[in-house]
Design a protein around this ligand. Structure first.
Ligand code: C5P
Length: 228
């Protein structure tokens, strides 16, 4: 059993884990932490459907099936400790740390790979650093970037079809026993920025991070648009 900030991963059998989506919500390396009743359910359901959509579009994921409303069965993978971030619109840390203006639309999506380690505050890595640390090899690094852009195309198109903009998101990639790279972890309003296309209001975790509004209401709205 491995308890993360918002999910708990249980051993299921030789080839599978069970992931429980909890109601915990955290931000800024857990400096902020709260419980939001129902959040685990929404994130699990939203993640499951987004993994299915990726699979339908030929992208391999760890998702197998839902076992309970807030628990999913996934293939066992070894998570590569990189936060694979894709950005379509400038907001968040890229605006705080680099000379990009809030709201700038990137014609060419920007892929950023952060090292997943709270002690270092998830620093941005470049290719040479990633290879020097032996996190992946050159071929895998190329594949990770390709997967990231493919996931972006699929998710951006899907969200647009339900009136939601996807300014950026984070995915994690895992490696299975055969060495295949699969999209793993979760894809939810915890890990994606999702804006109402008309009002540009956040429907994601930014409502919690920056006390901008009712975080659960945003997640429910994403769910409503996804499930009708
Ligand atoms: O904060 P920042 O602008 O770098 O976040 C970029 C994207 O990555 C956002 O969609 C955010 O939700 C996601 N992210 C994440 N987990 C982190 C850092 C960022 O899901 N630890």
């Amino acid at each position: 059993m491995a308890k993360g900030k918002a999910k708990t991963v249980y051993e299921y059998d030789d080839d599978h884990y069970l992931i429980e989506f909890r109601d915990d919500i955290t931000a800024f390396d857990s400096v902020k932490h709260d419980i939001v009743g129902g959040k685990g359910y929404y994130n699990c359901q939203i993640s499951a459907k987004l993994f299915e959509i990726l699979e339908e579009n030929g992208i391999k994921t760890h998702f197998v099936k839902l076992l309970e409303p807030n628990k999913m069965l996934v293939k066992k993978v070894e998570i590569i400790p990189l936060e694979v971030i894709v950005r379509n619109i400038a907001t968040g840390s890229i605006v705080r740390n680099y000379p990009f203006k809030e709201g700038m639309v990137f014609e060419r999506p920007i892929v950023m790979l952060d090292y997943k380690d709270d002690a270092y505050h998830d620093p941005l890595m470049n290719d040479d650093m990633i290879l020097a640390m032996g996190l992946v090899n050159e071929e895998e690094l190329k594949q990770i970037k390709e997967i990231a852009l493919k996931v972006n195309d699929v998710l951006k198109g899907y969200f647009e079809s339900i009136g939601i903009l996807l300014p950026d998101f984070k995915i994690e990639i895992g490696k299975d026993k055969e060495g295949n790279l699969l999209v793993a972890d979760e894809i939810s309003p915890d890990s994606c920025r999702l804006w109402d296309a008309k009002t540009k209001k956040s429907l994601d975790k930014d409502n919690y991070r920056f006390d901008k509004g009712d975080v659960l209401a945003g997640y429910k709205e994403v769910y409503r648009r996804m499930f009708g």
